[in-house]
Structure formats: C-alpha cells, structure tokens
Design a binder for this molecule. Structure first.
Ligand code: RB5
Length: 151
C-alpha cells in the first residue's frame, strides 16, 4: 500500500505526525508537502496528493489543512477522487465502508493528533462494503461524468 500525503502550512505539524506514524508502521508514502510552516496555497498541495491517487500512483491520500474543508474541496475536483473530511473514528470507518473514499481530509485545528492517527489507521484498514453502496458510488462517478441523474 502506498499513501499520498499533502498539507498546507495550517496542517504542516499534523502532516508530519502522520508521516512519522506511517514511517513507524513501515507504510510506504509520497510526501507532496508542504515542507514548512510558511504560508502556501492549499489547493496546490491537495491537488498533488489527490492526483497521485487518481493516477493510481498511490492507493489512498491523506490531506490536511487548518479545517480539512479547503483541501477536501480541491481534492474532490480531481476526477476519480472521493475525499471525505473526517472528525471522528466513526466517520473514518463509514466513509470507507459506504463511500469507498480514497482520500481522507482532516483539520489540524479540528482534531487532536491522537484522534487523527486513529482515523488514519481505521481509514487504511477498513474495506468498502460494495453491494448497494457500489451502485451509489457509481452514481457519484456518473455525476462526475456530467450525467444528469434522475430520481
Ligand atoms: C489557511 O489559512 C486555511 O484557510 C486553510 O488551511 C484551510 O483551512 C482552508 O480551508
């Protein structure tokens, strides 16, 4: 398994803690930055990390900013990416089980480092349930492809 990591200055420390955590577990990753607390624009880092997932270079992405919101908006604009902002262990689990999320987004000012690392572990080890959820996830792809869904 290979993980793409990205963050802006607002979550540089959280990204570093997640990087250390992956390192300790022997999980492979690509760190797309940022690499200091100097102010940067979050869409660029979110794009790089999300695009690595979309291209199949990485299996999952972990992308952080101050709130998790901006990076999730940017990541979800990359075709093939399903990014979810998570603030609890339950959300980290459910977005894998039901949404087949391939990117988790978190906010450094929203969650503790301890919770973030727990969510990372849950996100990376929970399987997609498929079945009726597969049909719904396929509808997300339809939207992405410009299909006008009807009820
Ligand atoms: C940066 O100040 C902040 O706007 C960014 O980290 C993020 O929270 C945006 O959604």
């Amino acid at each position: 398994m290979k993980i793409s990591l990205g963050a802006d200055h607002g979550a540089y420390e959280l990204k570093e803690a997640i990087r250390d955590h992956l390192e300790k577990q022997g999980v492979e990753y690509i760190d797309f930055g940022c690499f200091s607390k100097e102010s940067v624009d979050y869409p660029k880092y979110a794009f790089l990390a999300a695009n690595a997932v979309a291209k199949g270079e990485c299996d999952f992405g972990i992308i952080c900013c101050t709130t998790g919101l901006g990076v999730s908006m940017a990541a979800n604009k990359v075709k093939g990416v399903r990014a979810a902002v998570c603030t609890s262990e339950m959300l980290a689990q459910m977005t894998r089980r039901h949404n087949n999320a391939n990117v988790i987004c978190m906010g450094q000012n929203v969650v503790s480092t301890e919770l973030a690392l727990k969510m990372v572990d849950i996100f990376l080890t929970t399987e997609f349930e498929g079945g009726r959820h597969e049909r719904r996830v396929n509808l997300l792809t339809d939207i992405e492809n410009g299909v006008e869904l009807k009820v």
